[in-house]
Each structure stands twice: as C-alpha cells, then as structure tokens.
Design a protein around this ligand. Structure first.
Ligand code: ZN
Length: 349
C-alpha cells in the first residue's frame, strides 16, 4: 500500500482540532452539488493537509455546512469531522459591519432574537437541523462605530438552551463588556483573545474567566492578517499583535484554558505556521500547543475517552509529522500524513 508506506516514520500525535473555521469561501459554495473532486480539493487545501481531523464551524450557511458534512460522512469525500454552530445568533438589527461583504441571502438567515423565547426557539431550531454548538455574536461593531449587544436575558436563555442539550456555547466578545456579558451568560468558549484591544484585558477578568472554566481560542494570526488588510503601518501592527499574544499568554500563565483556532475560511491564508509561532511567542510551550489541538478540545467536548490521545481503544485520529514540534513549533504544520478513524484522509504527495 503506497499511501500507507508514506505515513511511515516521523512523529506521531493525535489528530488536531481547529475549533474556529468557516465554510463561507467560494470553493465550498453549493456543496450539495459540487463535484467530489472539487470538494475534496477544497477540504484538503483549507483543512486536512494541516492535520485537522475535527473542525468546528463557527457560523456559515448552516445547510451548506451540513451538506459538506453529509458528503464526508457518506464516504464520497475525504475530510475532517465537522462540528458546526450552524446559524449563529446576533443582536436585534445587529449584524456586524465586518460581515457586510457576505451575501444578503445568507445574512437574512441569521437569527437576531429580541426575547428569551425567540432565543430559545432559534437555538432549538438550529440543533434540530443538525448544529452542535451555539455561537453568540454577543457584541457587534456597527458601521457608525457603535456596538450593538445581545441583552443579558437573551444571551442567558440561548446558553441555557444549549447546556440543557449537553452542548457548548461560544461567544465572539469584541470588547471587555462583551466578555463580561459572556461570563454572565455562562458561555463556555471565547472565540478570540483580545485582538488589538485598546487596553489590555485586566488580570481580574482573565482570572474570572479561568475560574468559571471559560476557554479562549488563539486566532492570533487572524489579527495580523486583518491589520495587513487595513494597511496598518508595520510598527503599529507588530505592537498590536505582540500585545494580543501577550494577552493570550497571560491568560494561559494564569491557568486559563487555551484551545487552538484560526478562523480560516474567514481568513484566506490557511497555513497555520504563523499561528504556532505566535502562540509560542505568547509563552505557550510545544506541549501546551499540542494540548490546545488535542486533549483540551477533546475534554471540552466531553470526548476525552475516545479522542485527543494516541492510545489503544481510542478513535484512530492520528497525525504523522515529518519533524518534531518540540524542536520548533512550526513543525506542527509539517504534516506528512493524516488519519481519521483509521482511514488516511491526507498524505503528502
Ligand atoms: Zn470566525
């Protein structure tokens, strides 16, 4: 078996989870009818070639994501296991300015509940359709520089509905008030660290997050890409990225739980090498980065008995690296082979 021999040697670790992806790029459009080869290529290019055996889609066109998942699970297309937030929740009349470029037909589908009952209903419908996670855009920047917010009651109702079904809730925080709102609502995961926050997130707040068991996603490279896009001068951009990395690092040093996520699909540079470097700059050790990719998300999703480690009796989700990340964290991106549930879903050409 040529393909299997290509997996020989190297460094063996558990399959990775990227907990922040989107399927909104053009190559995933109309997934139900896309050719197998086209979908296979798109999934390989964005996800599988980087070792992800599980990904969490944090807001896309739900039915399209479910179609991708369906085609993977039926075995016609090779790809990761997909968990999805389906249609995420926004404040009433509160879609954020950074989604302006998305098709109106998609934006119109996103629930913007104004009451607890409407929030519960939106979450219930989402889960019934096949979603696995609730995502709250708890604070959304508007074109006029104001910020709209999901009210405390509505946010809590949505999170409670998720927890009642044994599901997790993720929030996009935007600012300090957004984090406080997320904490009050009982949100499990923050979708981002303090990306370019004008003032550092206070240690007291980071400790409160840690104590309530709230996890933080990395997504540091996202900030660098956003600043590049906005043509922010290099010295300022570097300072903002450094400060954000320091924020993630402080949270981790205080004992806060970090999980790996990149926001690929929203970003167009899919290579996570820089993310690994920035996490290292933040002070995370290679073992901590590995945990953020494997054991930590597995435990969060209460699947630590079946994935996240290489051990007998576990799902055979395995990544073979061609070099040791203990020597250089960029080697987490040196993927030789990716095995999901015992099947090779990627090997270097
Ligand atoms: Zn995102």
């Amino acid at each position: 078996m040529r393909r299997q021999s290509q997996c020989d040697g190297g460094v063996v670790v558990a399959g990775f989870q990227n907990s922040h992806v989107h399927f909104t790029a053009d190559e995933f459009a109309n997934a139900r009818h896309a050719s197998t080869a086209a979908l296979d290529t798109a999934l390989t290019r964005m996800l599988t070639r980087y070792g992800y055996t599980t990904v969490v889609d944090l807001a896309s066109d739900r039915d399209n994501t479910l179609a991708i998942r369906d085609r993977i699970e039926k075995g016609s297309v090779r790809g990761p296991r997909i968990l999805t937030a389906g249609l995420s929740l926004f404040p009433p009349n509160g879609l954020p300015v950074y989604l302006d470029h998305m098709p109106k037909a998609l934006l119109d589908k996103f629930p913007q509940p104004a009451s607890e009952a409407a929030a519960r209903e939106a979450v219930r419908k989402n889960f019934d359709a096949g979603a696995d996670v609730v995502k709250l855009f708890i604070a959304t920047p508007q074109g006029d520089s104001t910020v709209k917010r999901i009210s405390a009651d509505v946010a809590r109702a949505a999170v409670n509905e998720a927890h009642a079904r044994g599901k997790l809730a993720v929030a996009h925080p935007t600012d300090i008030e957004g984090i406080k709102d997320a904490l009050n609502a009982g949100v499990d995961i923050l979708a981002h660290p303090p990306l370019g926050a004008p003032i550092p997130w206070p240690d007291s707040l980071l400790k409160q997050m840690r104590d309530s068991g709230m996890s933080m996603m990395s997504t540091l490279y996202l900030l660098q890409l956003e600043l590049d896009k906005q043509r922010v001068p290099a010295d300022i951009a570097t300072r903002l990225v450094n400060e954000s990395a320091a924020g993630l690092g402080r949270f981790s040093a205080l004992g806060g739980q970090v999980i790996f996520g990149t926001d690929v699909g929203y970003t167009t540079d899919y290579d996570p090498t820089r993310e690994y470097e920035l996490m290292t700059q933040a002070g995370l050790t290679p073992m901590q980065i590995l945990a953020s990719l494997t054991t930590t998300p597995a435990s969060l999703w209460r699947e630590q008995d079946r994935r996240g480690r290489v051990a007998s009796g576990m799902d055979a989700d395995i990544v073979v690296l061609s070099a040791d990340p203990a020597e250089a964290p960029r080697n987490f991106a040196a993927i030789r082979c990716v095995i999901r549930g015992g099947e090779v879903i990627y090997s270097t050409p």
